[in-house]
Write a protein that binds this ligand. Structure first.
Ligand code: UDP
Ligand code: MG
Length: 334
């Protein structure tokens, strides 16, 4: 296999304090990977300026002028971390063999990159960076993060435990990932949907080198909510379950109120009122649940995700199947 061209994708939002320090670290990591012949000299560090309001873009432009290994793109406005990473990945997918996405604040251990590239060379197309511990997190962050992963998995979404967005992805995977056209994206839950051979590598997560986090509790909750609603329609199915349960209770309620009426334990008009309330309550919730089931299906349809992805074909496949266009997307053998 030829030495791969690596693009390191780094989203940056108002990072003027951090960039001058971490850009040097990224560059020396890239150079050491090149000198070890793990990656090609055409490899690049691609900064994605996510509509910063400070001098971040100026710093990126200066870095690009000083060293050809630094390149940058700038989004027209702030679109959030997930979109910034996506923009970088889509820009890189046709010009490199592998990408590694990483935050620019020095929190993720860059030394894990060696292992990621080695795993790729051994045959993995996705290498998920997984935090070895959450020592630097507060108890609250650790507890909420762990509950979130458990909740997502119980709702049927496949997410790698303790993996954020530090990950190696081959351009082969990215070509297929580009067919996931949805707008509400939650990258760490979407890559497992693409498939292909994947593995994990552990890394340590440190404190931020400088500046402050752009993920306050409000944004974290929004990301968690996005993750659940973009990957699962189970909350909608849950309404059907609740509806069925409430309807059964209502049925019992109707019978009970009639018995009360017959045994003369009620005042006039009470039983008929209770019957109507129980009946309508049950019917309404059940109907909303059924609507939810259809909305869930429409939701999955409008995403227009690929229905299947073919990862390999036998070498003689193209010669024997010359009739018409092949279905689905093909992937070159590595
Ligand atoms: N980031 C971004 N756009 C945003 C917010 C953050 O591109 O709207 C970048 C940020 O510059 C950093 C990464 O996303 O490289 C992670 O953000 P941050 O460190 O603030 O989040 P935390 O690590 O605290 O969760
Ligand atoms: Mg950070």
């Amino acid at each position: 296999m030829k030495t791969p061209v690596l693009y390191i994708i780094i989203p940056c939002y108002n990072e003027k304090e951090v960039l001058p320090i971490t850009s040097e670290k990224f560059l020396s990591k890239l150079n050491s990977l090149i000198s070890e012949k793990l990656i090609d000299d055409k490899s690049r560090i691609l900064f994605v300026n996510d509509g910063s309001k400070d001098s971040t873009w100026q710093i990126i432009s200066d870095l690009a002028q000083k060293n050809e290994h630094f390149i940058g793109i700038s989004q027209s406005r702030n679109r959030g971390h997930q979109n910034a990473v996506l923009a970088g990945l889509m820009e890189a997918k046709d010009v490199c063999d592998i990408t590694i996405s990483i935050d620019c604040d020095g929190q993720d251990d860059i030394n894990a990159m060696d292992n990621m590239v080695k795993e790729y060379l051994k045959g993995a197309d996705i290498v998920y960076g997984v935090r070895s511990s959450r020592k630097t997190d507060t108890f609250f962050k650790r507890f909420t993060a762990q509950s979130f992963y458990k909740l997502l998995n119980s709702l049927g979404a496949e997410v790698i435990y303790n993996h954020a967005d530090y990950r190696l992805v081959s351009s082969k995977v990215l070509q297929h990932f580009a067919d996931f056209k949805e707008i509400n994206i939650f990258l760490r839950g979407m890559f497992p949907l693409v498939g292909f051979k994947s593995t994990i590598t552990y890394y340590e997560r440190f404190e931020r080198i400088a500046g402050k986090s752009h993920y306050p509790l409000r944004k974290m909750l929004a990301l968690a909510f996005d993750g659940i609603t973009s990957l699962s329609t189970k909350p909608l199915s849950l309404i059907v379950g609740i509806g069925t349960f409430i309807s059964s209770l209502s049925f019992i309620g109707v019978i009970w109120s009639i018995i009360q009426q017959i045994t003369g334990k009620t005042i006039q008009g009470w039983s008929s009122t209770i019957c109507i309330i129980c009946f309508l309550g049950g019917i309404q919730l059940l109907s909303i649940g059924i609507l939810g089931e259809y909305i869930g299906k429409i939701y999955m349809e409008v995403k227009q995700r690929p229905r299947y992805i073919i990862s390999e074909r036998t070498p003689n496949y193209k010669q024997t199947n010359t009739k018409g266009k092949q279905n689905g997307k093909t992937s070159k053998n590595k």
